[in-house]
Ligand binder design. Structure first.
Ligand code: SAH
Length: 196
C-alpha cells in the first residue's frame, strides 16, 4: 500500500547533523514559507502576544517574523549549527544556557528573550521544559520524523498545546514508492488518526 516502502526507513540523527555540517539543507527557505503568510490569520486568529512553537525548527526565518510581530517563539532542533546560523544570519545576538533536566541540551535565546531555541532532540522535551503553546507551525517536522516515531511525535505535540491553540501543518504529496524521503509522505487519513 501507499507508504509501505517508507514505513521501515529510519534517518539517524547523525545524518541530519551531517546535512547541516555539509550545507545540504535544500529544505531551508530563505524567504520564508508562502503558506505561513497565507494562513497567518488562522494561526493567530486575531490574538496578540502568543507563544508559538516551531518543532524541528532548523533555521526557519519565520521565527524572526513572528517575534517581530510581538509573539514569543520557541523552537527545538538537534543541530546546534542550524541554530547558530539562525541567530547569525538574522543578525540577532544570543545567549546560551544549559537546560535543567536534559543532559547535553542547550537553550539559545535572543537577548530580548523573545526567541528561545532548544538544542536537543524533540523527544527530550516536555511541557514542563518548554511550556504550552497557542500555535504550532509544523513545516518539515512531522514529515521529517521517522515513520516509526509519528505516533510518539503527535502525542507529544498534543501535550504541548493549550486549549484553543491552532496547528498549521504542511505536508507533501507524492508517490512514496518512487522516493524514499525525507520528507516522508504522510497521507491525510494517517494525519487524522494521529491528531484525532
Ligand atoms: N522546519 C525547518 C527544518 C525542516 S528539516 C524548516 O522548515 O526549514 C528537519 C529538521 O529537523 C532538520 O533541521 C533536522 O536537523 C531536525 N531534526 C531531525 N530530527 C530531529 C529530532 N529528533 N529532534 C529535533 N530536531 C530534529
Amino acid at each position: 500500500g501507499a507508504g509501505a516502502a517508507q514505513r521501515e526507513r529510519v534517518v539517524p540523527a547523525q545524518e541530519w547533523l551531517q546535512k547541516w555540517e555539509s550545507g545540504r539543507t535544500g529544505f531551508h527557505k530563505e524567504q520564508g514559507h508562502p503558506l505561513l503568510r497565507e494562513y497567518l490569520d488562522v494561526l493567530l486568529s486575531g490574538r496578540s502576544g502568543l507563544r508559538i512553537f516551531f518543532p524541528l525548527c532548523g533555521k526557519a526565518v519565520e521565527m524572526k517574523w513572528l517575534a517581530a510581530m510581538g509573539h514569543r517563539v520557541v523552537g527545538v532542533e538537534i543541530s546546534e549549527r542550524a541554530l547558530r546560523e539562525f541567530f547569525a544570519e538574522q543578525g540577532l545576538p544570543c545567549r546560551e544556557e544549559p537546560v535543567a533536566g536534559v543532559a547535553g541540551a542547550k537553550l539559545l535565546q535572543s537577548l530580548d528573550g523573545t526567541i528561545s531555541l532548544y538544542c536537543c532532540s524533540i523527544y527530550d522535551v516536555t511541557s514542563a521544559i518548554v511550556g504550552k503553546f497557542d500555535g504550532v507551525w509544523d513545516r518539515g517536522a512531522l514529515v521529517a520524523v521517522n515513520p516509526c516515531d509519528r505516533q510518539r511525535y503527535a502525542s507529544l505535540m498534543i501535550s504541548l498545546m493549550e486549549k484553543n491553540s491552532s496547528y498549521l501543518l504542511v505536508t507533501v504529496l507524492y508517490d512514496p514508492n518512487k522516493y524514499k524521503g525525507p520528507p516522508f509522505y504522510v497521507p491525510e487519513c494517517e494525519i487524522r488518526g494521529l491528531f484525532g
